[in-house]
Design a protein around this ligand. Structure first.
Ligand code: SF4
Length: 229
């Protein structure tokens, strides 16, 4: 099922969340990766079972309303991968900025689309209220396919995304899953600029019971001792 329809996108939830000191969150559906530890895989795999389609204006209105109700300073799209519907995403960010220029829009992304298409990053440059959290699922190409179920070459697209964001001066930081972090990735980011390394956020995995089975199926049992159950 296509999660983008015209300039609408499918979402399954709007909520207030505690991250970033409090953030209004729209949970979208659909992703171009298939990570073994994805906590939202049910809505990703079965988009037909959940949610509704929303215009950018409807999403922005709900985000701003939640942010104002809770006195939050930030909003985001989370759940699955926000970059899938490009025009929709850019329009949501700009509609939030138009409604309240003081709100920060945090774009949490796996970066594949931003690595594939430099022009996508140019579009994001038009948004002045944006910070990108570029989420790396693993620190080396060797286990990239095992973890994400996508071609090993896509690891390079994530690196390219960091390069595009840095070169175009977009506010961003890399987040790396701590359990699969690797000196190789840190070196690759440092090769773009040592400054990026100082921005790295190490993310801890929480392996809920419904995800454990998927981890085992991917042969990731060797990492289980270092993750939380
Ligand atoms: S990139 Fe995120 S949403 Fe997509 S499969 Fe991986 S963890 Fe899930």
């Amino acid at each position: 099922m296509d999660v983008c329809k015209g300039n609408k996108r499918k979402y399954y939830r709007f909520r207030a969340d505690r991250f970033y000191g409090g953030i209004a969150t729209a949970d979208c559906m659909g992703c171009n990766m298939d990570c073994a530890f994805c906590w939202s895989y049910r809505t990703r795999i079965h988009p037909e079972r959940f949610g509704d389609f929303y215009t950018p204006e409807e999403v922005a209105e709900r985000l701003v309303k939640i942010a104002h109700a809770h006195d939050f300073r930030a909003v985001r799209i989370s759940g699955n991968e926000p970059t899938l519907c490009k025009d929709h995403l850019v329009d949501v960010i700009r509609a939030v900025e138009l409604s309240d220029p003081t709100l920060l829009f945090v774009l949490e992304t796996n970066g594949i689309k931003l690595g594939e298409d430099e022009k996508y990053v140019d579009e994001l440059l038009k948004c002045h209220n944006l910070h990108v959290r570029l989420s790396f699922k693993t620190g080396t190409p060797e286990n990239f396919t095992q973890i994400t179920n996508r071609p090993r070459e896509w690891f390079e697209l994530q690196i390219k995304a960091a390069e595009n964001l840095y070169n175009k001066n977009v506010s961003f930081h890399p987040a790396i899953v701590k359990d699969y972090a690797d000196a190789y990735l840190v070196q690759r980011l440092s090769d773009i600029s040592p400054e990026i390394v100082n921005r790295i956020e190490y993310e801890s995995l929480r392996i809920y019971s419904h995800i454990r089975k998927r981890m085992r199926e991917r042969g990731l049992v060797s990492a289980q001792n270092s993750v939380e159950f």
